[in-house]
Design a protein around this ligand. Structure first.
Ligand code: NDP
Ligand code: 2IT
Length: 446
């Protein structure tokens, strides 16, 4: 079996050797899905995984824009349309200087499995730009978003490809891109999700990824007769996902003691309660400040420059910033300090070596494609509401989100149970694979 996996990986590597993040995601899926394919006759001779690792289409384009000084700037825009077997391409847009094809292909590949797990009819895609939103004025952000959409609009649509937010893309950017799409197409449609409430957005979409990550942790803990209540939680990031993961932890009577950004982390032993969290939300979302400013407002807390929060003792860890932000050494430290549960809010935040440490110690570990699927799931519900020309209440959407997270948890158990222990990674990969692979088989070689 190991040989099957290695042969497959080496073939993919020849074509994608310069794409380390993409290869990391492919390897992680292959290690659990290839043994499953070997055990199931219907997939034999269909080259199904080989077809799934090749994007259906990759779009790359120039994005010109004019900065506040009148200078012409050039960035690169992308959309990776990975798989449309079970629905139109769906996935976020990332604006960050690190963005490249490897990162977007890894995210698009993960998205295919994640979207399949949500039970909703969505294919997988991802896009973005190497544009750095940090330090840009509102006018610069608007002009960039308009220019980006001036090219992207040709390739997307409410039944073709429906982008949303990700790192560096939130409500403000979705607004500017939606406005430009509407102007170019003369159509008011649900072409993007994460829209404002008064123009087609869904209640709970901003909260959904963070809330879902905590609901998934609660599901894992409930399964072993435990719960989030009363636990100490370490969170990385301080953006959309981190903020609402912290809010849900507070609502479930857990104590959040860290948040971070790319310059370091803050540690507040007393807990980041509702009042402190609303300060963080204002700081990050309106003032666009840095997390280090927290300690000026709350001097009992400490800021650790250029450090990640994993050495702080906790019961639950929620990595909610970016890929490969938690390594094997961090994983050992977390376990030695008594951590019992890791639920990934970000995409691929734990390195393969860290996941190996969690698995070896039989700790509760949820991969992002399962635990952060709440965001895209509520995006799917936003699309459903747009089609209905109707909106559901906060409670209705939140209840659907809870049901979806529980469904995903149950799918992980169905396909990941190993001698009384749940391998959530294996469960998520296989459950996500089956739906997409079966649709591909039914639709022929296209
Ligand atoms: P935001 O842009 O709102 O926040 C990102 C946070 O992560 C910021 O605190 C940022 O710090 C930090 N961060 C980003 N890059 C790095 C880096 N290289 N090193 C350290 N810290 C970093 O993005 P989101 O909260 O939306 O996204 C966070 C993660 O969650 C990503 O992995 C994303 O793919 C994933 N995700 C998001 C979903 C969504 O609905 N938004 C859905 C599912 C997953 P700084 O400001 O210093 O850059
Ligand atoms: O990684 C993700 O799932 C997202 N950034 C959300 C995608 C979406 O379409 O809502």
């Amino acid at each position: 079996m190991k040989k099957d996996v290695e042969n497959f990986i080496s073939e993919i590597e020849q074509r994608n050797s310069h794409e380390p993040e993409f290869m990391q995601a492919v390897r992680e899926v292959s290690e659990t899905v290839i043994p499953y394919i070997v055990s199931q006759k219907i997939y034999h001779g269909k080259n199904i995984l080989m077809r799934m690792v090749e994007p259906e289409r990759v779009l790359m384009f120039r994005v010109n824009w004019v900065d506040d000084k009148g200078e012409i700037r050039v960035n690169r825009g992308y959309r990776v349309q990975m798989n449309s077997a079970i629905g139109p391409y769906k996935g976020g847009l990332r604006f960050h200087p690190s963005v490249n094809l490897s990162i977007l292909k890894f995210l698009a590949f993960e998205q295919v499995f994640k979207n399949s797990l949500t039970t909703l009819p969505m294919g997988g895609g991802k896009g973005g730009s190497d544009f750095d939103p940090k330090g840009k004025s509102d006018g610069e952000i608007m002009r960039f978003c308009q220019s980006f959409m001036t090219e992207l609009f040709r390739y997307i649509g409410p039944n073709t490809d429906i982008p949303a937010g990700d790192i560096g893309v939130g409500g403000r950017e979705i607004g500017y891109m939606f406005g430009q799409y509407k102007k170019l197409k003369k159509e008011f449609t649900g072409v993007l999700t994460g829209k404002g409430l008064s123009w087609g957005g869904s209640l709970i979409r901003p909260e959904a990824t963070g809330y879902g990550t905590v609901y998934f942790a609660e599901n894992m803990l409930n399964h072993v007769k435990n719960s989030v209540k009363g636990k100490t939680v370490v969170i990385s990031g301080s953006g959309n996902v981190a903020q609402f993961a912290a809010e849900k932890c507070n609502q479930l009577s857990a104590k959040v003691i860290t948040l971070s950004d790319s310059s370091g982390f803050i540690h507040d032993v007393d807990g980041i309660n509702t009042e402190k969290l609303s300060y963080v939300m204002d700081l990050k979302n309106n003032k666009r400040g840095r997390i280090s400013e927290y300690v000026k407002k709350f001097p009992k807390a400490k800021f650790y420059k250029n450090k990640t929060p994993w050495q702080v003792p906790c019961d639950i860890a929620l990595p909610c910033a970016t890929q490969n932000e938690l390594n094997a050494n961090d994983a050992e430290i977390l376990i030695n300090n008594g951590c019992i549960c890791i639920s990934e809010g970000a995409n691929m935040p734990c390195s393969p070596e860290a996941i190996f440490v969690f698995r070896k110690n039989k700790i509760l570990f949820a991969p992002g494609k399962a635990s952060n699927a709440g965001g895209v799931a509520v995006s799917g519900l936003e699309m459903a509401q747009n089609s209905l020309r109707y909106s559901w209440t906060r409670e209705e959407v939140d209840n659907k989100l809870k049901d979806i997270m529980l469904d995903i948890h149950n799918s992980c158990i169905t396909h990941g149970l190993e001698k009384g222990h749940v391998n959530y990674e294996k469960g998520a990969n296989i459950a996500g694979f089956i739906k997409v692979a079966d649709a591909m088989l039914a639709q022929g070689v296209v």
